[in-house]
Ligand binder design. Sequence first.
Ligand code: HEC
Length: 128
Amino acid sequence: MRVFTALFPMSLALAVASGAFAQDAELGQKVFNKCKACHVADQETNRVGPSLKGVIGRTAGTYAGYSYSPAMKEAGEGGLVWNDESLTNYLRKPKDVVPKTKMAFAGLKTDEDIANVIAYLKQFSQNQ
Ligand code: HEC
């Protein structure tokens, strides 16, 4: 009985914590379907767009072996680093953040989709 009462609150806390994380990234994986035509996140492979593996904490326009637009390279030289804030702005409306980006994507409509897809990308990045 003593074991049960000791373990119960702990397992409850764990279930809540892991449940919340799985849900975000899981929903984010579905949102990522919209990016898949041009990006992979789980491998070091460039498609139409650069690999998004390790994109959190990366300076914009610096993934080796990918041919960025001059605009994206300049944004990186100007100090643009991909984190929660900059990704949120970029994914809402890419051309607001990098006006001449060659990423032909209008943007995600809801903050929820944006937060979830960032949670998904974090799974493949070390510098969260
Ligand atoms: C139609 C193709 C296309 C789609 C769809 C697309 N992207 Fe992109 N993305 C690109 C291209 C091309 C670039 C390179 C932009 C440049 O050089 O100006 C890019 C660049 C990026 C970058 C900057 C990466 C870096 O290394 O600086 C991020 C972050 C990004 N995309 C995230 C996303 C996410 C998340 C989605 C889905 C919500 C998405 N993109 C949808 C084509 C696309």
